[in-house]
Every structure is written in C-alpha cells, then in structure tokens.
Write a protein that binds this ligand. Sequence first.
Ligand code: FAD
Length: 408
Amino acid sequence: MTGQDGERFDFVIVGGGPAGLSAGITAARNGSSALVLEQGDKPGPRPRGEGVNPYRLFDELLGKGFLEAHAFVMTHGSVYHSPGALKEVVLPSGRPLYFFEWREFMDRLEEVAREEGVTVRTRARVTGVLEGEERQCLGVRYADADGEVHEVRGAAVLGCDGYQSVIGQHYGVAYDRMSCPIMKCRLSGANFDPEQTRALQFYLIGHGDLPYAPTFPPCVAYAFPLADQQMEVGLMARMIHGHRMKTVDRPSQEAFVEVWSHLKEEYPGFREYFVGATIDHEEPTDLPNASLLRDNVPAPGAVLLGDSAGFVDPFGSSGIYYSMEMARWWTQTIAEALQQSGDDPRSAWSDHNISRWGKGFRATKVRRHIRGSYLKVGLLEWYVFKHLRTAERMNRRWWVVSALMKLG
Ligand SMILES: Cc1cc2nc3c(=O)[nH]c(=O)nc-3n(C[C@H](O)[C@H](O)[C@H](O)COP(=O)(O)OP(=O)(O)OC[C@H]3O[C@@H](n4cnc5c(N)ncnc54)[C@H](O)[C@@H]3O)c2cc1C
C-alpha cells in the first residue's frame, strides 16, 4: 500500500457512470465529502445509452437547458415488426425522446461534479472491499494506473460500477442471471428515408427462428433514426424468461457477434439500414434488464445503485434517468443519516435504518415504475417469446401481440 492510503471520505463511489457522478454531485450538495473511483481514462469510458425522456433531474444535475441545447429530439413513436418483418404495429409517442452524444453528456456530469468539489480519480480500478465485523463494508481497495494498490475508507461505499459490479459480486449478486448481451452500434450515412422512417424501429425475433443459432435467446433488433442520416442500431437479448427456457443458452460474446453479423447482412428490413453506411462504433456489451435486485444494501456500509442493481426499465432498456434518480435518492437519504449520526457514522447503518431505507425506496414513484415495468414486460415476453415462441405463431397471433403492446 502506498501514497494516498489512510484517506477517508463520507462517500466512496465506485464507478463514474451516470449513477456514480449523480451520487457524487448529490453528496457534495448535501455537504458530504465524496470520492469517485473510475477505472477508465474518463468517467464512463465506453458509450452506452444515448436517449432519454426529459426530466427535471437533468436540469438539476447537468444545468438548466443543457440537454435541450445538445440533443436531437424524436417525437415519432415506435414501430414493432413481427418476425420476418411481415407485420407491424405502430405505437404513438408518449413523450419526446432526447438523443445526445454519450461523451458530451458524461463530460458535463464530470464537470459539474468537479465544480461541486467531488474528487474524481480516473484510472483507478476497484479490486476489492475492506470488510469489518459481520461483513460490514468499510471501504475499498483499488489499483492506480501504475498498478499500485491503495485503500480508501468511506462512511458509505456506493457500488455504481455497472453490470458486473465488483461490490455486487463481492456480496454474491449473480450478474449472469441479471445481465443480457446487447450490441452498441452507431451508423453514419445510414440507408433510410428520413421522411418515411421517422419512428424507432424494433424487430422481434423468437427463440429458434435463426437456423444458424438454434439455442440463441429471443431477441429484439432495433434501429433509431437520428439527424443527418445517423442511426443508433443494435441487438438486445431478452432473458427475463430466457434464463429459464431449457433450450436457450446464454450466448458467449463470440456467438452473439456472429448472430449480429448475420442480422446485419440478412434480416428482412433491418439489413437495409446498413447498405452503404459507415459503422462508427460497434461493441458487444451487457445490460442488466433481466431482473431487479430487491435489496440494495447487501451489507452495512454498502449500497448498489443503477446498473449494479438491475435498475433499468426493461421495456425500453433505459437506465440513464433511473440510475441517476436512484443514486440521488439513496445518497441524499444516507447523507442525512450520516449527519445525524455525529461522530459515529457507523451507527447510521443500524438494522432499523437499513430496513427503513429499503421500505422508503420501494415506496418511491421511480422504484414502483421499474418494478411495474419488470412485471408487465415479464408477462408480455412470456406470451410472445415463451408461449407463442415461433415466427409462424407470432405472425398468426400478431393482432393479440399488437393489442398487448398498445395496452402496455
Ligand atoms: C447498448 C446500450 C444502449 C442503451 N440505451 C439506452 C437508452 O437509450 N436510454 C437509457 O436511458 N438507457 C440506455 N441504456 C442503459 C444505460 O446506459 C445504463 O442503464 C446506464 O449507463 C447505467 O448507469 P450506471 O452509472 O449505473 O452504469 P454504467 O453506465 O455502466 O457506469 C459504470 C461505470 O463504472 C466503471 N467501472 C466498472 N467497474 C469498475 C471498477 N472495478 N472500478 C472502477 N470503475 C469501474 C465503468 O467504467 C463505468 O464508468 C443502454 C445501455 C446499453 C449498453
């Protein structure tokens, strides 16, 4: 151990994505000291989601009007295509969707965090948890850019390190059951007519419909038309039931990429977007939208937030706003408890407080929304991907699928 060892903060935040930086800003605004440890060269080094509905939270955390000034606004709803793109259902837009550039969004969050006095340390990869009695979380161990290992202690450790959280894994969270493969891809010069293709496009593909990948899970390919012939395209595996389907295997990254390559070249409707287009970014990754963690405090001293807790709306696979809102709620709640605990911050982590926080969070509007969405999407996917399952049956019953989508 070297250098900065012996450091202490009110909040040690693992991961500088949307959840981690929002937690840092909230901590600082509540008068607490906060350290964000980020493994990348910059917070949020790899682009993830780039579309959100407008919420006041974005004004509060990014600055008023930042999102509007930097986003492309989409108001044309969604089109869901049946297997083989034989039929479709059009869902009108509920609210406008703002598309932004990930880097711009993350840089702004980092800027605000630093302005508020948060210490943001990059190239700092958290490798383990410092534990006290009864698994109490006292801090973390991290490696810096030179590989040197440091320890830092916090009155609260927030696991904001995404779909394979080191903190979550330490306390036994099974991310292989929670996270699903997803492809992140951006096109320029995409082949679509901006007058005709104005809505978000989703292509439903059942389990067993791809002859070259018989054990591949049910999945949805998507294409979001943006400004200037740009397009966000991708493929998400749907595993809410997939994990329990005997004939489904969770694909390896290689198997996932191979299916993606086939779809780009062959899948009716979907393949058209790639003709003559340039792929600016293409990366297989994971997204935790198969199940929601019930308890966010795996041990006194530690809280799991955002993707680390599966806090994603599985309908649109959207987690940016939700992870930020969740981070704000928990950080504010714990900051208040730490202030009340005076010289003994560990006393804030009494069984009584932990149980009260859990109940309080489960009663929030945002948590009820996510829970409700997991239930609704679970039912819809059970009917579409497990009960109907094949392309032929889905197309035959498309009127039922359309009605369920419109209801949902
Ligand atoms: C392809 C794709 C498309 C998506 N589309 C949308 C969308 O359109 N709208 C939407 O709302 N959501 C979308 N999402 C989901 C959204 O991006 C996530 O829910 C959101 O980024 C979660 O934020 P987070 O801070 O919890 O986790 P992350 O964004 O994953 O951030 C985790 C951070 O922790 C860091 N980290 C990881 N391990 C360590 C470690 N050991 N030590 C230190 N740092 C570490 C990472 O480098 C990263 O910076 C999409 C996701 C993907 C993958």
